[in-house]
Design a protein around this ligand. Structure first.
Ligand SMILES: *Cc1c(COP(=O)(O)O)cnc(C)c1O
Length: 399
């Protein structure tokens, strides 16, 4: 019997049906673009939670660190452990809340840095920590109404933590709720509350203080006075804009492309129904292509009869219900299409491109959710070489 060489066969199968391409050159280009907005003393935290917004956390983290980011942000402890197990040594902030003694032990063991959101959480940490000093990050709520102690109680919170043994305040941060809005009122109110709270705690913005950070991607673009000591960007790294009116500030390149192969081509007659429920019925002779990707891969079923894909550089309408593993395209305008040809669902082919924003607009959601929606069944295939520019090293050596 022939033996099956598992490792090489799985590698070969990566592009057999459907896959996600991650362009490392685009990723490092985007890092460079973000750094160009920042002063040399401001650090870049690359937010790589949710498997780097679906791009693959380890590859993304390695590339952004080579390109000039100095911190990583994750949502959960297992996300941090995955990076440590891959040998990544950069400081990692866990943005989510953690409480239990098991979690605290894991934080210490893996040298992760937790976010403390309440006095109670600080007390639990102080009692459970075994190391002499654990760097911790305090979260203030300045208007997001999510994690953190209200900015009005910052003084008591900071005083309490300062009095606790074993904890050292590495940063005090907050999070913006509306930074991508055209109207700056709420963002400015949050900034004022943040600064008022820090001043009330006795901090001087020019003197020695823990790191201050407030800006997400939109905040990083719209106003450099939000940068402080560090910015926390997610979406920009991946080459998308938090809002259309922010496009002119930066030249970003989408990092992710989603591709799949044609698995069958056929011609159907007028009146023929396509896919479950016959939500599409051909009104003329139609050449259709079956594509090996479906909602179990992360193509939302609500895009049925709405989305297009790129075939040989041309738009092709998706027709009929998207099924779990497959979907159909109308390719009547593309002669002699062959099984095995590659179709682009998200990305660029020739002069045509389809962005995660296009799907988000069709679905009434945001591009963040589209990126995070691609399932692990799709292999992530790295393409392109990160551009490691001389000035990136110079920039890092300034620190
Ligand atoms: C997710 C997250 C970010 C990054 O947000 P983007 O809009 O993708 O830049 C920054 N800070 C915190 C606390 C987050 O949870």
């Amino acid at each position: 019997m022939l033996s099956w060489d598992q490792s090489s066969s799985i590698a070969l199968m990566q592009r057999e049906r459907a896959w996600v391409e991650i362009d490392l050159a685009a990723l490092s280009h985007n890092v460079q673009q973000i750094l160009s907005l920042m002063s040399a003393k401001t650090e870049l935290m690359a937010v790589v939670k949710a498997d780097a917004y679906g791009h693959g956390a380890v590859t993304v983290a390695q590339t952004v660190l080579q390109s000039g980011a100095t911190w990583l942000g994750v949502a959960t402890i297992p996300e941090g452990i995955e990076l440590r197990e891959a040998g990544i040594e950069a400081p990692i902030l866990v943005l989510g809340a953690t409480h239990t003694s098991e979690q605290i032990r894991a934080i210490e063991h893996w040298h992760l840095q937790p976010t403390l959101c309440t006095p109670k959480q600080a007390l639990v940490y102080s009692e459970s920590v075994r190391r002499a000093t654990l760097p911790i990050h305090l979260k203030l709520d300045t208007g997001m109404s999510r994690l953190g102690t209200s900015w009005e109680n910052a003084v008591e919170f900071v005083q309490l933590v300062k009095g606790l043994p074993n904890l050292s305040i590495a940063s005090i941060y907050s999070h913006l709720a509306t930074a991508e809005d055209l109207d700056p009122t709420i963002r400015q109110q949050q900034q004022q509350r943040y600064e008022t709270a820090l001043r009330a705690c006795g901090y001087d913005f020019n003197g020695k203080h823990p790191r201050f950070h407030l800006a997400n991607s939109a905040g990083t673009i719209v106003d450099s006075s939000l940068h402080y000591d560090m910015v926390r960007t997610g979406l920009l790294l991946y080459g998308l804009y938090p809002a259309d009116h922010l496009r002119s500030y930066l030249d970003l390149r989408p990092v992710m492309q989603v591709k799949a192969r044609v698995t069958q081509v056929k011609t159907i007659q007028p009146g023929t129904g396509v896919s479950y429920g016959y939500r599409f019925i051909a009104d003329r002779e139609t050449q259709i292509a079956v594509i090996g990707i479906g909602y179990a891969d992360g193509v939302p079923r609500n895009l049925s009869n709405q989305m297009t894909a790129l075939v040989r550089g041309q738009q092709a309408k998706q027709i009929g219900s998207i099924t779990m593993d497959q979907l159909m395209l109308d390719v009547s305008h593309i002669p002699a299409l062959q099984e095995g040809e590659v179709v682009t669902l998200l990305g660029q082919d020739g002069n045509e491109k389809i962005l995660a924003d296009d799907w988000a607009n069709l679905l009434g959601t945001i591009s963040w959710e589209i990126l995070c929606g691609f399932k692990h069944r799709l292999p992530r295939v790295a393409v392109g070489k990160p551009l490691i520019k001389r000035e990136m090293f110079d920039r890092r050596s300034l620190r």
